[in-house]
Design a binder for this molecule. Structure first.
Ligand SMILES: C[S@@+](CC[C@H](N)C(=O)[O-])C[C@H]1O[C@@H](n2cnc3c(N)ncnc32)[C@H](O)[C@@H]1O
Length: 275
């Protein structure tokens, strides 16, 4: 047993390294999630809190238990991957996307190839689909939306949301693109749904497509190690067309973007140069 000081004042977690390492191996075998590519102290703290709260003595004991129960396991993966999201998240950034970035991209490619990487409940790709439906009615763009977590992808495909998840959406869009369900939720319209291609994809493991005009990867890398983030942003660079844009989350500025070949188009939007 050894003691991990994880940087939070006064907080000490006792972790059995053998237990942690067995837990990581089992999890990787079962799900393909490699915790070595995530920030160790934060992941240990987060999982440890859960294991203690549930009353288990070790990480592996907890994993062996949840692995037997499909619903428990799904909520564990949800907890681990943190998939809160909402439509038009950070509205001022979405507004820049809508009024500056997308019109620029459309000038070069009338049919856009877009990837929402780490799409969670689908709010992000559906928001993009609404913008494109308004800007280019009838045009068939491609919107790929991927996530590691299969259960969250199923929620995304179902497309039913709470009022809270729609809080940044205008009333006009709410009326145009959603219908109210019997239990007071909001179902996204089949037309918008049909515009998205959902796929399970692990950003730290699976291979990438290329030729994207726009990649959104927002609020996904928070627990990735610096090395894993660097590798990811380099892969995104290759996956973008020349002139294509990478859009990251509001706390995820890429400080070494120049070393990877990007230009800083405007804060949180990085461009692969045209040449
Ligand atoms: C907080 S949500 C972000 C959703 C959306 N992009 C947004 O900004 O609202 C983070 C998502 O990243 C996904 N994720 C975490 N690690 C991943 C990985 N290695 N590969 C793909 N998705 C991952 C999680 O499953 C989760 O749904």
């Amino acid at each position: 047993m050894y003691i991990l000081r994880n940087g939070k004042k006064g907080e000490i977690i006792e972790v059995n390294e053998h237990d942690w390492s067995t837990f990581k191996q089992k999890l990787n075998r079962k799900t393909g999630i490699d915790l070595d590519l995530y920030k160790e102290a934060q992941m240990k703290r987060r999982i440890n809190n859960l294991v203690m709260r549930k009353g288990y003595k070790s990480f592996t004991e907890y994993l062996d238990f949840v692995a037997k129960d499909k619903d428990e396991f799904a909520s564990f993966i949800e907890y681990l991957t943190i998939n809160v999201s909402e439509f038009f998240r950070t509205p001022e950034k979405f507004s820049e996307l809508e009024t500056v970035i997308i019109p620029e991209l459309l000038q070069r490619s009338p049919r856009l190839n877009i990837w929402s990487a780490g799409c969670s409940i689908g709010a992000e790709p559906y928001s993009i689909a609404m913008i494109l439906d308004e800007k280019t009615p009838g045009v068939k763009h491609r919107i790929l939306a991927s996530d590691l977590d299969v259960d969250i992808l199923n929620k995304a495909k179902t497309g039913i949301y709470s009022d809270n998840e729609l809080k940044a959406i205008s009333l006009g869009r709410k009326q145009k693109y959603f219908t109210k369900t019997a239990d007071g939720k909001f179902a996204v319209s089949p037309t918008i749904k049909s515009k998205i291609e959902f796929r399970r994809h692990n950003l730290l493991k699976d291979s990438f497509e290329n030729n994207f005009d726009l990649i959104l990867c927002r609020n996904v890398v928070i627990y990735f190690t610096e090395e894993a983030k660097d590798k990811l942003y380099k892969e995104f660079f290759k996956a973008l067309k020349p002139g294509g844009i990478l859009f990251v989350g509001g706390t995820e500025a890429v400080l070494n973007y120049r070393d990877m070949g990007y230009e800083n188009h405007r804060p949180f939007f990085y461009r692969r140069p045209l040449k």
